[in-house]
Design a protein around this ligand. Sequence first.
Ligand SMILES: Cc1ncc(COP(=O)(O)O)c(C=O)c1O
Length: 406
Amino acid sequence: MPAFAAMFAQPAGSPIRELFPYLSQPGMISLAGGYPSPSLFDAEGLALAATQAMSSGPQALQYCATEGLPALREALAAQTRERGMQASAEQLLVTTGSQQAFDLLVRVLIEPGDTVLVEVPAYPATLQALRLAQARILPVPMDEHGLQTDALAELLRDLPLAQRPKLLYTVPNFSNPRGTLLAAQRREALVQLASSHGFWVVEDDPYGELCFDAADGSTPPMPTALRTLGDRLGAAVNPVVYLSSLSKTVAPALRVGWMLADGELLRRCTIAKQTVDLCTSPLAQMVSACYLQSGRYPATVQRARAEYQRRMQALVQGIASQLDGLVHCTPPAGGMFVWATFAQSIDPQALFDAAVSRQVLYVPGKAFFPESAQVHAMRLSFAAPEVPQIEQAVQRLAQAVAQVRR
Ligand SMILES: Cc1ncc(COP(=O)(O)O)c(C=O)c1O
Protein backbone atom coordinates (compact mmCIF):
# COMPACT_ATOMS: atom_id res chain seq x y z
CA MET A 1 0.00 0.00 0.00
CA PRO A 2 1.16 3.62 -0.48
CA ALA A 3 3.09 5.12 2.43
CA PHE A 4 1.46 7.17 5.15
CA ALA A 5 2.02 10.92 5.05
CA ALA A 6 5.37 11.71 6.69
CA MET A 7 3.85 13.12 9.88
CA PHE A 8 1.78 9.98 10.36
CA ALA A 9 4.52 7.47 9.59
CA GLN A 10 5.49 7.17 13.29
CA PRO A 11 2.94 9.38 15.06
CA ALA A 12 2.91 9.75 18.82
CA GLY A 13 -0.59 9.55 20.28
CA SER A 14 -1.88 11.79 23.04
CA PRO A 15 -0.04 10.93 26.26
CA ILE A 16 -3.28 11.37 28.20
CA ARG A 17 -5.41 9.21 25.94
CA GLU A 18 -2.76 6.50 26.23
CA LEU A 19 -3.66 6.23 29.93
CA PHE A 20 -7.21 5.15 29.04
CA PRO A 21 -6.54 1.37 29.32
CA TYR A 22 -5.62 1.85 33.00
CA LEU A 23 -8.96 3.53 33.65
CA SER A 24 -10.89 0.34 33.02
CA GLN A 25 -8.89 -1.57 35.67
CA PRO A 26 -11.28 -2.44 38.51
CA GLY A 27 -10.93 -0.23 41.59
CA MET A 28 -8.77 2.39 39.86
CA ILE A 29 -9.25 5.95 41.14
CA SER A 30 -8.34 8.43 38.43
CA LEU A 31 -6.86 11.84 39.10
CA ALA A 32 -5.74 11.82 35.47
CA GLY A 33 -8.30 13.20 33.02
CA GLY A 34 -9.55 16.76 32.87
CA TYR A 35 -13.07 15.36 33.01
CA PRO A 36 -15.85 17.39 34.62
CA SER A 37 -17.67 15.68 37.47
CA PRO A 38 -20.58 13.51 36.25
CA SER A 39 -22.50 14.51 39.39
CA LEU A 40 -22.41 18.15 38.24
CA PHE A 41 -23.96 17.66 34.82
CA ASP A 42 -27.35 19.38 34.72
CA ALA A 43 -28.95 16.35 33.06
CA GLU A 44 -32.47 17.60 33.73
CA GLY A 45 -31.78 21.01 32.20
CA LEU A 46 -30.05 19.43 29.22
CA ALA A 47 -32.94 17.02 28.69
CA LEU A 48 -35.35 19.97 28.62
CA ALA A 49 -33.05 21.79 26.21
CA ALA A 50 -32.83 18.69 24.00
CA THR A 51 -36.64 18.39 23.88
CA GLN A 52 -36.93 22.05 23.04
CA ALA A 53 -34.24 21.70 20.35
CA MET A 54 -36.07 18.78 18.73
CA SER A 55 -39.36 20.66 18.72
CA SER A 56 -37.82 23.78 17.20
CA GLY A 57 -38.37 22.53 13.65
CA PRO A 58 -36.07 20.84 11.14
CA GLN A 59 -33.26 23.35 11.75
CA ALA A 60 -31.67 21.20 14.46
CA LEU A 61 -31.49 18.21 12.11
CA GLN A 62 -30.23 20.03 9.04
CA TYR A 63 -26.70 21.23 8.10
CA CYS A 64 -26.09 24.80 9.15
CA ALA A 65 -23.70 27.62 8.23
CA THR A 66 -20.07 26.82 9.07
CA GLU A 67 -19.97 29.88 11.35
CA GLY A 68 -22.62 28.31 13.59
CA LEU A 69 -26.31 28.65 14.39
CA PRO A 70 -27.26 32.32 14.88
CA ALA A 71 -29.04 31.62 18.19
CA LEU A 72 -25.94 29.96 19.64
CA ARG A 73 -23.56 32.59 18.31
CA GLU A 74 -25.73 35.23 19.99
CA ALA A 75 -25.80 33.33 23.28
CA LEU A 76 -22.03 32.73 23.26
CA ALA A 77 -21.33 36.34 22.37
CA ALA A 78 -23.48 37.42 25.34
CA GLN A 79 -21.55 35.07 27.60
CA THR A 80 -18.24 36.41 26.32
CA ARG A 81 -19.41 39.98 26.99
CA GLU A 82 -20.22 38.95 30.55
CA ARG A 83 -16.55 38.05 30.89
CA GLY A 84 -15.76 41.68 30.12
CA MET A 85 -14.94 41.41 26.42
CA GLN A 86 -16.44 43.18 23.44
CA ALA A 87 -18.06 40.45 21.37
CA SER A 88 -20.73 40.23 18.73
CA ALA A 89 -22.16 37.12 17.09
CA GLU A 90 -20.43 38.08 13.80
CA GLN A 91 -16.99 38.05 15.47
CA LEU A 92 -17.49 34.55 16.74
CA LEU A 93 -17.03 31.12 15.16
CA VAL A 94 -18.66 28.09 16.78
CA THR A 95 -16.20 25.20 16.82
CA THR A 96 -16.33 21.49 17.60
CA GLY A 97 -14.81 21.94 21.05
CA SER A 98 -12.18 24.58 21.61
CA GLN A 99 -9.68 21.92 20.55
CA GLN A 100 -10.87 22.40 16.99
CA ALA A 101 -10.49 26.16 17.30
CA PHE A 102 -6.78 25.76 18.02
CA ASP A 103 -6.38 23.23 15.25
CA LEU A 104 -7.97 25.66 12.76
CA LEU A 105 -5.62 28.43 13.87
CA VAL A 106 -2.64 26.15 13.31
CA ARG A 107 -3.90 25.22 9.83
CA VAL A 108 -4.40 28.86 8.90
CA LEU A 109 -1.23 30.32 10.40
CA ILE A 110 1.53 27.75 10.75
CA GLU A 111 3.87 26.38 8.11
CA PRO A 112 6.57 23.76 8.79
CA GLY A 113 9.45 25.39 10.65
CA ASP A 114 7.45 28.37 11.92
CA THR A 115 8.21 29.37 15.48
CA VAL A 116 5.43 29.07 18.04
CA LEU A 117 5.82 30.14 21.66
CA VAL A 118 4.10 27.90 24.19
CA GLU A 119 3.86 28.29 27.94
CA VAL A 120 5.40 25.21 29.52
CA PRO A 121 4.26 22.96 31.11
CA ALA A 122 1.58 22.99 28.40
CA TYR A 123 -1.72 21.36 27.55
CA PRO A 124 -0.55 18.24 25.63
CA ALA A 125 -3.07 18.48 22.77
CA THR A 126 -1.61 21.88 21.90
CA LEU A 127 1.86 20.39 21.68
CA GLN A 128 0.49 17.53 19.59
CA ALA A 129 -1.23 19.88 17.11
CA LEU A 130 1.94 21.93 16.76
CA ARG A 131 4.14 18.87 16.29
CA LEU A 132 1.87 17.60 13.52
CA ALA A 133 2.12 21.00 11.87
CA GLN A 134 5.93 20.70 12.16
CA ALA A 135 6.11 23.95 14.08
CA ARG A 136 9.26 24.90 15.94
CA ILE A 137 8.02 24.92 19.53
CA LEU A 138 9.76 27.43 21.80
CA PRO A 139 8.89 26.89 25.46
CA VAL A 140 8.23 29.91 27.68
CA PRO A 141 8.69 29.13 31.39
CA MET A 142 5.97 29.59 33.99
CA ASP A 143 5.96 30.10 37.72
CA GLU A 144 3.09 30.24 40.21
CA HIS A 145 1.83 33.47 38.56
CA GLY A 146 1.65 31.96 35.09
CA LEU A 147 3.76 32.61 32.01
CA GLN A 148 6.92 34.56 32.86
CA THR A 149 6.78 37.65 30.68
CA ASP A 150 10.31 38.78 31.68
CA ALA A 151 11.70 35.52 30.38
CA LEU A 152 9.56 35.93 27.25
CA ALA A 153 10.91 39.45 26.63
CA GLU A 154 14.45 38.15 26.94
CA LEU A 155 13.75 35.23 24.65
CA LEU A 156 12.28 37.55 22.02
CA ARG A 157 15.24 39.90 22.28
CA ASP A 158 17.67 37.08 21.51
CA LEU A 159 15.73 35.46 18.65
CA PRO A 160 17.23 35.77 15.15
CA LEU A 161 14.94 37.56 12.69
CA ALA A 162 14.28 34.35 10.76
CA GLN A 163 12.82 32.75 13.89
CA ARG A 164 10.32 35.46 14.75
CA PRO A 165 7.31 33.77 16.32
CA LYS A 166 3.92 33.77 14.65
CA LEU A 167 1.92 32.73 17.65
CA LEU A 168 2.00 32.37 21.41
CA TYR A 169 -0.27 29.93 23.24
CA THR A 170 -1.35 30.47 26.83
CA VAL A 171 -4.10 29.42 29.26
CA PRO A 172 -4.18 32.52 31.49
CA ASN A 173 -6.98 31.34 33.76
CA PHE A 174 -6.26 28.24 35.88
CA SER A 175 -3.86 26.77 33.40
CA ASN A 176 -3.61 23.16 32.41
CA PRO A 177 -1.59 21.58 34.03
CA ARG A 178 -0.22 24.15 36.52
CA GLY A 179 -3.51 25.68 37.67
CA THR A 180 -1.99 29.18 37.62
CA LEU A 181 -3.77 32.50 37.15
CA LEU A 182 -1.75 34.91 35.02
CA ALA A 183 -0.93 38.03 37.05
CA ALA A 184 -2.49 41.33 35.89
CA GLN A 185 0.84 43.09 35.13
CA ARG A 186 1.99 40.10 33.11
CA ARG A 187 -1.19 40.28 31.04
CA GLU A 188 -0.39 43.88 30.14
CA ALA A 189 3.23 42.98 29.39
CA LEU A 190 2.25 40.00 27.22
CA VAL A 191 -0.15 41.98 25.04
CA GLN A 192 2.43 44.77 24.66
CA LEU A 193 5.04 42.22 23.56
CA ALA A 194 2.59 40.70 21.06
CA SER A 195 1.89 44.14 19.67
CA SER A 196 5.52 45.25 19.43
CA HIS A 197 6.87 41.94 18.07
CA GLY A 198 3.87 41.26 15.84
CA PHE A 199 2.65 37.81 16.89
CA TRP A 200 -0.79 36.40 17.62
CA VAL A 201 -1.70 35.41 21.16
CA VAL A 202 -4.05 32.47 21.61
CA GLU A 203 -5.90 32.99 24.90
CA ASP A 204 -7.34 29.54 25.60
CA ASP A 205 -9.92 29.89 28.36
CA PRO A 206 -11.99 26.80 29.14
CA TYR A 207 -11.58 27.17 32.92
CA GLY A 208 -11.98 30.91 33.64
CA GLU A 209 -15.48 30.59 35.04
CA LEU A 210 -14.44 27.93 37.53
CA CYS A 211 -12.86 30.37 39.98
CA PHE A 212 -12.88 29.64 43.71
CA ASP A 213 -14.06 31.88 46.50
CA ALA A 214 -11.62 33.67 48.78
CA ALA A 215 -11.27 32.61 52.44
CA ASP A 216 -13.88 35.23 53.45
CA GLY A 217 -16.43 33.71 51.04
CA SER A 218 -16.22 36.54 48.49
CA THR A 219 -15.68 35.82 44.82
CA PRO A 220 -12.44 37.46 43.69
CA PRO A 221 -12.72 39.53 40.49
CA MET A 222 -11.07 37.91 37.50
CA PRO A 223 -8.15 39.79 35.95
CA THR A 224 -8.84 41.47 32.61
CA ALA A 225 -8.93 39.13 29.62
CA LEU A 226 -5.98 39.37 27.23
CA ARG A 227 -8.51 39.90 24.44
CA THR A 228 -9.82 43.04 26.18
CA LEU A 229 -6.26 44.32 26.62
CA GLY A 230 -5.77 43.63 22.92
CA ASP A 231 -8.85 45.75 22.13
CA ARG A 232 -7.42 48.57 24.24
CA LEU A 233 -4.32 48.73 22.05
CA GLY A 234 -6.62 50.50 19.59
CA ALA A 235 -4.79 48.90 16.65
CA ALA A 236 -6.50 47.91 13.40
CA VAL A 237 -6.17 44.25 14.38
CA ASN A 238 -6.50 42.81 17.87
CA PRO A 239 -3.57 40.36 18.19
CA VAL A 240 -5.42 38.24 20.77
CA VAL A 241 -7.62 35.33 19.70
CA TYR A 242 -9.97 34.20 22.47
CA LEU A 243 -11.04 30.55 22.73
CA SER A 244 -13.52 29.02 25.12
CA SER A 245 -15.78 26.02 25.52
CA LEU A 246 -18.90 24.61 27.12
CA SER A 247 -17.01 21.38 27.88
CA LYS A 248 -15.95 22.12 31.44
CA THR A 249 -19.06 23.97 32.60
CA VAL A 250 -21.94 22.27 30.76
CA ALA A 251 -20.84 18.99 29.13
CA PRO A 252 -17.92 17.94 26.92
CA ALA A 253 -20.24 15.65 24.95
CA LEU A 254 -21.80 18.71 23.33
CA ARG A 255 -18.42 19.39 21.67
CA VAL A 256 -19.24 23.08 21.54
CA GLY A 257 -16.45 25.63 21.71
CA TRP A 258 -15.92 29.05 20.19
CA MET A 259 -13.35 31.46 18.82
CA LEU A 260 -13.48 35.25 18.98
CA ALA A 261 -10.98 36.75 16.56
CA ASP A 262 -10.13 39.49 14.14
CA GLY A 263 -12.32 39.38 10.99
CA GLU A 264 -9.68 38.32 8.47
CA LEU A 265 -8.37 35.57 10.71
CA LEU A 266 -11.87 34.38 11.56
CA ARG A 267 -12.82 34.23 7.89
CA ARG A 268 -9.83 32.01 7.12
CA CYS A 269 -10.56 29.74 10.08
CA THR A 270 -14.13 29.43 8.84
CA ILE A 271 -12.87 28.35 5.42
CA ALA A 272 -10.51 25.84 7.08
CA LYS A 273 -13.45 24.47 9.09
CA GLN A 274 -15.47 23.93 5.92
CA THR A 275 -13.15 21.10 4.94
CA VAL A 276 -12.87 19.65 8.45
CA ASP A 277 -16.52 19.11 9.38
CA LEU A 278 -18.69 21.56 7.38
CA CYS A 279 -20.26 22.66 10.65
CA THR A 280 -20.38 21.72 14.32
CA SER A 281 -23.33 19.38 14.97
CA PRO A 282 -26.41 21.62 14.58
CA LEU A 283 -28.28 19.41 17.03
CA ALA A 284 -25.62 19.96 19.69
CA GLN A 285 -25.60 23.66 18.85
CA MET A 286 -29.38 23.92 19.20
CA VAL A 287 -29.34 22.05 22.53
CA SER A 288 -26.56 24.37 23.73
CA ALA A 289 -28.47 27.48 22.61
CA CYS A 290 -31.67 26.32 24.32
CA TYR A 291 -29.72 25.49 27.47
CA LEU A 292 -27.99 28.88 27.61
CA GLN A 293 -31.32 30.64 26.96
CA SER A 294 -33.03 28.65 29.73
CA GLY A 295 -31.27 30.69 32.41
CA ARG A 296 -29.92 27.58 34.20
CA TYR A 297 -26.28 28.15 33.25
CA PRO A 298 -25.28 30.56 36.09
CA ALA A 299 -26.54 28.18 38.80
CA THR A 300 -24.79 25.23 37.11
CA VAL A 301 -21.50 27.11 37.08
CA GLN A 302 -21.98 28.23 40.67
CA ARG A 303 -22.52 24.61 41.79
CA ALA A 304 -19.41 23.50 39.92
CA ARG A 305 -17.29 26.28 41.44
CA ALA A 306 -18.30 25.35 44.99
CA GLU A 307 -17.90 21.60 44.49
CA TYR A 308 -14.54 21.84 42.71
CA GLN A 309 -13.27 24.09 45.47
CA ARG A 310 -14.26 21.46 48.07
CA ARG A 311 -12.53 18.73 46.07
CA MET A 312 -9.41 20.83 45.52
CA GLN A 313 -9.18 21.48 49.25
CA ALA A 314 -9.52 17.76 50.02
CA LEU A 315 -6.68 17.01 47.62
CA VAL A 316 -4.36 19.77 48.79
CA GLN A 317 -5.01 19.05 52.48
CA GLY A 318 -4.45 15.34 51.89
CA ILE A 319 -1.11 16.05 50.22
CA ALA A 320 -0.11 18.39 53.05
CA SER A 321 -0.95 15.86 55.76
CA GLN A 322 0.26 12.65 54.11
CA LEU A 323 3.01 13.73 51.77
CA ASP A 324 4.47 16.66 53.65
CA GLY A 325 8.03 17.37 52.57
CA LEU A 326 7.85 14.81 49.76
CA VAL A 327 5.26 16.27 47.39
CA HIS A 328 4.72 19.98 47.02
CA CYS A 329 1.84 21.87 45.41
CA THR A 330 0.35 25.37 45.35
CA PRO A 331 -3.45 25.38 45.78
CA PRO A 332 -4.97 26.73 42.57
CA ALA A 333 -7.49 29.59 42.67
CA GLY A 334 -9.78 27.80 40.23
CA GLY A 335 -9.99 25.20 37.47
CA MET A 336 -9.49 21.46 37.73
CA PHE A 337 -5.80 20.80 38.32
CA VAL A 338 -3.11 20.63 40.96
CA TRP A 339 0.48 20.51 39.76
CA ALA A 340 2.43 18.51 42.30
CA THR A 341 6.22 18.33 42.29
CA PHE A 342 8.22 15.72 44.10
CA ALA A 343 11.79 15.19 45.27
CA GLN A 344 14.52 14.53 42.69
CA SER A 345 15.35 11.34 44.59
CA ILE A 346 12.02 9.82 43.47
CA ASP A 347 12.14 8.20 40.06
CA PRO A 348 9.08 9.42 38.06
CA GLN A 349 8.53 6.14 36.20
CA ALA A 350 8.91 4.05 39.36
CA LEU A 351 6.39 6.27 41.12
CA PHE A 352 3.91 6.01 38.26
CA ASP A 353 4.21 2.20 38.20
CA ALA A 354 3.80 2.01 41.98
CA ALA A 355 0.77 4.31 41.85
CA VAL A 356 -0.91 2.25 39.12
CA SER A 357 -0.27 -0.96 41.03
CA ARG A 358 -1.98 0.68 44.04
CA GLN A 359 -4.88 1.71 41.81
CA VAL A 360 -4.41 5.42 41.56
CA LEU A 361 -3.84 7.17 38.25
CA TYR A 362 -2.41 10.60 37.44
CA VAL A 363 -0.72 12.19 34.43
CA PRO A 364 3.09 12.10 34.66
CA GLY A 365 4.64 15.57 34.32
CA LYS A 366 6.63 14.70 31.19
CA ALA A 367 3.37 14.69 29.16
CA PHE A 368 3.32 18.49 29.39
CA PHE A 369 6.78 19.21 27.96
CA PRO A 370 7.78 19.46 24.30
CA GLU A 371 11.08 17.61 24.80
CA SER A 372 11.19 14.23 26.47
CA ALA A 373 12.92 14.61 29.82
CA GLN A 374 12.68 13.40 33.40
CA VAL A 375 10.06 15.60 35.08
CA HIS A 376 9.62 15.30 38.82
CA ALA A 377 6.01 16.40 38.79
CA MET A 378 2.52 15.10 38.15
CA ARG A 379 -0.85 16.59 37.24
CA LEU A 380 -3.60 15.66 39.65
CA SER A 381 -7.16 16.45 38.63
CA PHE A 382 -9.64 16.84 41.45
CA ALA A 383 -12.68 17.43 39.23
CA ALA A 384 -14.15 13.99 38.57
CA PRO A 385 -13.64 11.99 41.80
CA GLU A 386 -15.80 12.69 44.86
CA VAL A 387 -14.14 13.82 48.12
CA PRO A 388 -13.94 10.32 49.72
CA GLN A 389 -12.31 8.97 46.56
CA ILE A 390 -9.84 11.84 46.57
CA GLU A 391 -8.92 11.05 50.17
CA GLN A 392 -8.40 7.41 49.29
CA ALA A 393 -6.39 8.35 46.21
CA VAL A 394 -4.02 10.46 48.32
CA GLN A 395 -3.55 7.57 50.76
CA ARG A 396 -2.64 5.28 47.86
CA LEU A 397 -0.30 7.89 46.45
CA ALA A 398 1.41 8.22 49.83
CA GLN A 399 1.90 4.43 49.90
CA ALA A 400 3.32 4.53 46.38
CA VAL A 401 5.75 7.31 47.33
CA ALA A 402 6.81 5.39 50.46
CA GLN A 403 7.38 2.27 48.34
CA VAL A 404 9.66 3.95 45.79
CA ARG A 405 11.67 5.82 48.44
CA ARG A 406 12.62 2.58 50.10
C1 LIG B 1 -6.47 24.08 28.08
C2 LIG B 1 -7.45 23.30 27.29
N1 LIG B 1 -7.82 23.76 26.09
C3 LIG B 1 -8.70 23.09 25.33
C4 LIG B 1 -9.28 21.92 25.77
C5 LIG B 1 -10.23 21.20 24.85
O1 LIG B 1 -11.50 21.36 25.26
P1 LIG B 1 -12.76 21.08 24.31
O2 LIG B 1 -13.51 19.98 24.96
O3 LIG B 1 -13.51 22.37 24.29
O4 LIG B 1 -12.26 20.72 22.96
C6 LIG B 1 -8.94 21.40 27.02
C7 LIG B 1 -9.50 20.13 27.49
O5 LIG B 1 -9.06 19.52 28.42
C8 LIG B 1 -8.00 22.12 27.81
O6 LIG B 1 -7.60 21.70 29.01
